[in-house]
Ligand binder design. Structure first.
Ligand SMILES: NC(=O)c1ccc[n+]([C@@H]2O[C@H](COP(=O)([O-])OP(=O)(O)OC[C@H]3O[C@@H](n4cnc5c(N)ncnc54)[C@H](O)[C@@H]3O)[C@@H](O)[C@H]2O)c1
Length: 302
């Protein structure tokens, strides 16, 4: 995902030093980045030729280059040991006041902070993939993060064309994963009880929630629908919702058969290779449409 963050930054006119510490990554990175820039061009995100953005990414294996950076974003494999080694490499090169962010999806920021020499300048800067075509950016403070640093990144994030959120306390799953996994728990429980199939659940979510969520989020939706009706529904439904603490059977089965979904064509649904490609293409096109649609309606919520 690091390359898509680098592309998001150069597209916003922020020059990038991109460290690729593994030689094979460095070899493939230029082509990968150019493909992503081409995608940006298709999305009408570029004001200049691709080459001028590409020239603003200095791809290197050499951590020394980080000396000049005021913000460093770590985006390596989701393993604490690897991240810890990378923080040592970074801190050996940057100044004491350089902000260091992590794109971790699930490791608590306070836990990662323990690996830093100067933990107060460290925080979560969590992007959604593809970083250049999504508005999401979740900024999370760990126990030791200095609030001024988090507020500064929050401000800069607007220049990166993001709609950032600032989480003042570090909680597992941050905001969106906690919300989404609450929905998964209920959906999987309905499926397990035989009340609705996965296809029906997906269809209901796409055509109900999907028709308003980018505009309103969940709480403005409550205001729009009517608070009284929502309060009554909360009272009636909360006691009935799943409170399951276990990974549901269907997910355990998937892990057992090593299903990786669209990536190996085996998952909750089954796919042919052609269907897999069609989903990739559709998602890319959808990113374009929703990115511009969200922009067109962004003033409604600000
Ligand atoms: N992929 C996503 O959609 C997504 C979304 C949000 C957040 N994230 C987070 O971003 C981070 C990276 O995710 P990813 O999917 O790109 O991961 P990945 O496993 O594909 O690895 C990313 C990069 O880590 C580097 N790396 C691997 N081993 C290393 C080592 N020993 N030393 C130094 N660098 C090493 C390599 O350059 C590799 O390309 C993770 O923390 C992940 O949770 C990913």
């Amino acid at each position: 995902m690091g390359s898509s963050i680098a592309v998001a930054l150069v597209v916003s006119e922020y020059p990038v030093i991109a460290i690729a510490p593994i030689s094979s990554d460095l070899q493939h990175a230029p082509e990968h980045i150019q493909n992503q820039l081409r995608h940006c061009q298709e999305l009408n995100l570029l004001n200049a030729p691709i080459g001028s953005y590409f020239a603003n990414i200095n791809l290197t294996e050499n951590y020394e280059e980080l000396k000049k950076c005021s913000v460093v974003i770590e985006c390596v494999t989701e393993e604490e040991d690897i991240k810890s080694t990378v923080y040592t490499e970074i801190e050996q090169r940057v100044t004491d006041s350089t902000t260091i962010g992590t794109n971790t999806s699930a490791i608590p920021i306070s836990q990662l902070q323990k690996h830093l020499k100067y933990p107060k300048r460290f925080l979560g800067i969590h992007w959604a993939e593809p970083a250049y075509a999504t508005r999401f950016l979740e900024i999370t403070c760990g126990k030791q993060t200095e609030m001024d640093t988090a507020k500064r990144i929050f401000q800069i994030a607007h220049d990166w064309n993001k709609e950032p959120t600032l989480l003042r306390k570090d909680i597992r799953g941050f905001i969106t994963n906690r919300l989404m996994y609450a929905v998964y728990r209920e959906g999987l429980a309905l499926h397990e009880k035989g009340i609705a199939g996965l296809e029906e659940l997906d269809k209901a979510f796409r055509y109900d929630v999907g028709s308003w969520i980018t505009l309103m989020g969940i709480f403005q939706r409550m205001d729009y629908r009517g608070i009284d009706a929502c309060a009554t529904a909360l009272k009636n439904l909360f006691p009935l919702l799943s409170n399951c603490q276990e990974v549901p059977r269907i997910m355990k089965d998937m892990v057992e058969i090593r299903a990786k979904g669209i990536h190996n064509l085996e998952g909750l649904y089954s796919y042919t290779e052609e269907e897999g490609h069609r989903w990739d293409k559709a998602f890319s096109q959808f990113n374009k449409d929703i990115y511009h649609l969200a922009d067109a309606y962004s003033n409604n919520s600000n």
